[in-house]
Design a protein around this ligand. Sequence first.
Ligand code: ZN
Ligand code: ZN
Length: 433
Amino acid sequence: MTRQNWYKHINWLNVVLIVGIPLYGCIAAYWTPLYWKTALWTVVYYFMTGVGITAGYHRLWAHSSYSATVPLKIFLAAMGGGAVEGSIRWWSRDHRAHHRYTDTDKDPYSVRKGLLYSHFGWMVMKQNPKRIGRTDISDLNDDPVVVWQHRNYLKTVVFMGMIFPCLVTGLGWGDWRGGFIYAGILRIFFVQQATFCVNSLAHWLGDQPFDDRNSPRDHVITALVTLGEGYHNFHHEFPSDYRNAIEWHQYDPTKWMIWTWKQLGLAYDLKQFKQNEIEKGRLQQLQKKLDQKRQTLDWGIPLEQLPIIDWDSFQEEAKNGRALVAVAGVIHDVSDFIKEHPGGRALISSGIGKDATAMFNGGVYNHSNAAHNLLSTMRVGVLRGGCEVEIWKRAQRENKDISFVSDSAGQKIIRAGSQVTRIAEPVTSADAA
Ligand SMILES: [Zn+2]
Ligand SMILES: [Zn+2]
């Protein structure tokens, strides 16, 4: 694209439809009085056409997350048509490609190309249809409602988008003009912008409780704007679930509508992922976050990277003034800590040059979990033949419980109370050592 030929890359029909006409509506609204009945109808029709997209185009046709009876299908096809976002067939094909190829070049509205691009740039710019990933839509081609709507798309759009909302206001209370501008043009604009937010905002704002390898996110603001499509991280993980929000307090009116239709006998086979599967995903993501957090903390030098020191040189170094203390076969340099020792200088000093395993584990004082953690940051070597370390090393060699020992990044997990310096059965007397 260059300065000279940029206009050739623009889809001018879409520019007129999603920018030009709304702009005209905004200007015309200045001279068009807004009656409360028209305002109310505009909001009601906004929700109806919005649900046509969210419950119809999206959850019913693109994802088959439930089944609908023919009358409900006709209603949703008509309402979705009134939102002016393309035919069910076209919309669902793109949306399936979006799920299958999320964030890649084959994603028709990849957020990686920018927030504005994912919002409406992808419609304003001419697309190479070959670039968009292939998806199977044979089920849609078998659905007579989808086929009929696709074949009669222009008629559907003109009637449901403009004529029908005008007929309601015109025949209802004589406000033809208000119906045209507010319930027609401006309502279409707001419904379009709201649903475009699913492609942009839902891939940009919020949390990722289930998987953070791709862009979809959960946020209440997106949910409020999009009739409940805001729990998009969940949705990309569990796309055939008829719900977007799984907590009762989260805003998902589309889910509530589908559930109501089920009670009325209009919808059936509502698909729901097992809670067990959902919680597994949530836990794994939580674990990943924990692992990342763990890596930012100082757990002391891993034992296998420490030099092996024999008992005599340990004692000699201690005699030469280095404040070394052995606990459970690990040697610690406590020089900088002596003056900060909560139990006082004297007690910690009494352990220098000695095996303080028993003293540390209850002989003098049964040290806290935090104390074991802190001690591990002072380790400088392992004692040759140090009993506890030997046991630990053997467990490592034999691969015992290795999955509990290392996280996904290979870092050792040190659980509270299982530091190597902790002796399972506290020694009651210092003499025992
Ligand atoms: Zn998405
Ligand atoms: Zn989807």
